[in-house]
Design a protein around this ligand. Structure first.
Ligand SMILES: *Cc1c(COP(=O)(O)O)cnc(C)c1O
Length: 321
């Protein structure tokens, strides 16, 4: 097993990615601050390359491949942002990429992955086991598997989001971060505990899939069925072993929000900040809106994790609310 990541690994990831990773903007809205009675800063990873923070972790992992690994190539599975993140990172580093994707997934994501030069291997998510397919490809072709969250190099890369945020805004009273498998939250925790030990840190997951909260409460990895939620980037069944080990010791609490609250947050982002944010990217802000009483007068950070959503679907979600 690779060693657990530390704050130093986040610093190294920042250096490694300095010339390719976007330093995303930190935005505020005066109107939203008035509504909430708090000073809220948004770290906008919807403006990251590929439209989500996942590029940071993927690039940090692929940039550490040995010459042999680079030559043989990388394999990953994903129906979403990790696929594009690995494909683009591989293209930038000259590494062949094979991405296993559900054949009935969003056409735009499959097209984007191919456009970055990734070789897409389709599978049927109802009859086939994606992990098995990926493992078999890795074995047969000597490819290196890069998982979406449970890897020290991925975690360290995701931590660079919080590193940039704290460097720009200084101390915060609380920070809210979307939670799926926990790569982003655990990376954030490595940074927050080092540079802002007084900052309360919250992971936010969909109410339909609160495995992270259950895991934190019970002190063990809780597994659930794939949750039904519009937050497709957080439809994970359980946290990772690496991510949970960090999260259990460093996170203040895990909160949940409903799909309706996510759509309300999507609308507020569009209305007040002119931002298109995908449902999963709204988790942190939705939790802040639900906790306005407790946050009054405080400095609050929110990570907007991504902005990838088909516009037809975006319009339909807003119209249905
Ligand atoms: C993957 C993803 C998440 C969840 O990240 P984890 O590291 O799995 O917790 C949140 N938001 C977006 C937009 C994502 O793509």
């Amino acid at each position: 097993m690779v060693q657990a990541p530390t704050f130093r690994d986040v610093e190294a990831a920042a250096v490694r990615g300095a010339s390719v990773v976007h330093r995303t903007p930190v935005l505020r809205s005066r109107l939203l601050n008035e509504q909430l009675g708090a000073d809220v800063v948004f770290k906008c990873e919807n403006f990251q390359r590929v439209g989500a923070f996942k590029f940071r972790g993927a690039y940090n992992a692929l940039a550490q491949f040995s010459p042999e690994q680079r030559k043989a190539g990388v394999v990953a599975y994903s129906s979403g942002n990790h696929a594009q993140a690995v494909a683009l990172s591989a293209q930038l580093l000259g590494i062949p990429a094979t991405i296993v994707m559900p054949h009935d997934g969003p056409a735009s994501k499959i097209a984007a992955t191919k456009a970055y030069g990734g070789q897409v291997v389709p599978y049927d998510r109802y009859t086939e086991d994606v992990v098995e397919i990926t493992r078999a490809l890795a074995d047969e072709r000597g490819l290196t598997f890069v998982p979406p969250f449970d890897h020290p190099h991925v975690i360290a890369g995701q931590g660079t989001v919080a590193r940039e945020l704290f460097a720009e805004v200084g101390e915060l009273d609380a920070l809210f971060v979307p939670l799926g498998g926990g790569g982003l939250l655990s990376g954030t925790a490595l940074v927050a505990r080092e540079v802002a030990p007084g900052c309360r840190l919250y992971g936010v997951e969909p109410a339909a899939g609160d495995d992270g909260r259950q895991s934190l409460r019970q002190g063990r990895l809780v597994r659930i069925e794939t949750p039904k939620t519009i937050a497709d980037g957080a439809q994970t069944q359980h946290l990772g072993e690496h991510t949970f080990e960090i999260i259990r010791h460093a996170v203040t609490d895990i909160r949940t929000v409903t799909d309706d609250e996510l759509v309300d947050a999507m609308r507020a982002f569009a209305t007040y900040m002119k931002l298109v944010v995908e449902p999963t990217g709204c988790l942190g802000f939705a939790a802040v809106r639900g906790a306005a009483d407790e946050l009054r007068g405080q400095r609050v950070g929110v990570v907007i994790s991504g902005g990838n959503i088909d516009l037809d679907r975006y319009a339909a979600l807003l119209a249905a609310a």
